[in-house]
Design a protein around this ligand. Structure first.
Ligand code: SF4
Length: 472
């Protein structure tokens, strides 16, 4: 997915910018970038972070750059921030989101007189350059941002820095977050993650609403465009993406995962399962497992660990075979906690299922007697079309969809598919049993969407639940 961070400071902003971006490193593994307005205009640095962490790669840039205004990103897709000179002046821009109608918007731009896009990314127009082009179609930056928000099919949260300040704009439907922080000296930051500025001396001012645009300068925060009414925050921020310390819409990730685990334990209570321990698939399954263990009274154990000292998260080989090998090499079993044990594991979700099945086989090979699995969200039936979800895939690659096709003897109609979304139907039960068998689990039980929504604590209408029920 990626994350963005920007600072407008009274003194030099670079140290805060450097660490603030670094605290978004869990959101992406491909590229990092920072741009600072210096005496000579924008100074920018972009590096691959596939084999080294952001801080290592940007140490020199951070030492070189000096200024009061800066923005940056961790990106899983295109290189950014971009520096743009247009009729609206010079600015730097960084974005997080996904543009489904990129080619259509580019064609419209050509028809409107634009002659070229300079930044290509993986043989496609760089989405951030397209956003800049959309903004430049209007006569002011705020008008341009609203225009871009309305034209984009997908989502887009952005920071746009000028010589004097930063426009911070949250996605039109608020699928991705943007939060403001302020320091004792009046410095301001805009951040995807709420924990990114905590250790830098900032306190939270407020979160932007869907589609809201503000301007941060050394004079303070100015409202530019008011928030819109409709909201669809990505539910996966709590389930998978968010770092445990992050808070979105006032709801902390770790706490919501505890609640989800506790609710699943309550749902299991009547089944009379006999277990020796509860564990979580690291990292995002751990908190739900603690919640489950605390509620059920079954001890929480870590029957295997990730060897993180040398296998950093950012090490992501291109080749799938190599990725699988790395995933396997990272895991080290604790045989004492596995041999002859009845284990229950919580993972954040089951997408394709490949990696989880390998993990479960690895537990059996290590002597486990039973492996019960409880994903922390319902079966995923639709690939994400709103954000660059790193686990996203075409619908037919999703294990739940593959199983449904098998059970139905072909691709089901929407009417038939609806039966598999309803946990009270025999079709749903058959799907869960088929997944359980394919994955070699002793038992498998998904929480309902209501349980997931309850664990977060927001009204369902404010959450994006497209992955599970296809609601737009
Ligand atoms: S479809 Fe799923 S991953 Fe995508 S924004 Fe919605 S909840 Fe998040």
């Amino acid at each position: 997915m990626g994350g963005i961070f920007g600072v407008v400071s009274k003194g030099d902003c670079v140290t805060d910018l450097y660490f603030g971006i670094d605290y978004h490193s869990h959101l992406g593994t491909r590229r990092g970038g920072m741009a600072v307005y210096t005496e000579d205009g924008f100074d920018r640095s972009i590096h691959s972070i596939e084999n080294a962490q952001f801080r290592t790669k940007f140490e020199d840039a951070a030492a070189r750059m000096h200024g009061h205004v800066g923005i940056g990103c961790i990106s899983d897709t295109e290189p950014q921030p971009l520096i743009i000179r247009s009729r609206l002046g010079q600015f730097a821009i960084t974005t997080v989101g996904r543009i489904n109608n990129l080619d259509e918007l580019a064609d419209e731009a050509f028809a409107g007189g634009r002659t070229q896009f300079l930044e290509m990314s993986g043989n496609r127009i760089n989405p951030t350059e397209l956003v800049a082009a959309l903004i430049n179609q209007k006569s002011s930056i705020p008008e341009g941002i609203r225009h871009a928000q309305k034209k984009i099919d997908g989502s887009m949260t952005l920071l746009l820095a000028t010589a004097e300040g930063i426009y911070a704009a949250r996605d039109y439907l608020g699928r991705t977050p943007l939060i403001l922080g302020q320091k004792w000296d009046g410095s301001l930051c805009a951040s995807f993650e709420s924990h990114a500025y905590m250790n830098l001396g900032y306190h939270t001012l407020r979160e932007l609403g869907p589609g809201e645009v503000v301007y941060l300068s050394r004079d303070g925060v100015q409202e530019v465009l008011a928030p819109c009414e409709k909201k669809r925050v990505c539910t996966f921020l709590w389930t998978y993406y968010g770092y445990p310390t992050a808070t979105y819409e006032g709801i902390n990730v770790e706490s919501s995962r505890y609640r989800c685990g506790a609710l699943m334990a309550k749902e299991d209570a009547a089944d009379g399962l006999e277990l020796d321990s509860v564990g979580g698939i690291p990292d995002s399954g751990l908190a739900a497992a603690i919640g489950y263990a605390n509620e059920s009274g079954v001890p929480f154990h870590r029957p295997f660990m990730k060897y993180t000292p040398t296998w950093s998260r950012s090490f992501m080989p291109q080749d799938q075979k190599m990725r699988n090998l790395v995933a396997h090499m990272k895991l080290i079993p604790v045989h004492d906690l596995i041999r002859d044990k009845r284990l229950l594991f919580i993972d954040d979700s089951i997408v394709r299922g490949t990696q989880l099945r390998e993990t479960v086989d690895f537990l059996y090979e290590s002597g486990a007697r039973e492996v019960h699995v409880r994903p922390a969200c319902p079966p995923i039936l639709y690939g994400c079309k709103y954000i660059n979800f790193s686990r996203s895939t075409s619908d037919m690659d999703l294990i739940a969809r593959r199983v449904i096709v098998r059970l139905e003897g072909g691709v089901p109609s929407e009417e038939r598919l609806a039966l598999y979304k309803d946990a009270s139907t025999p079709e749903y039960a058959a799907m869960v049993e088929e997944i359980r068998e394919e994955m070699h689990f002793t038992t498998l039980k998904f929480p309902s969407l209501d349980t997931l929504v309850e664990s977060i604590g927001l009204p369902e209408c404010e959450l994006c639940t497209y992955c599970w029920n296809g609601r737009e």
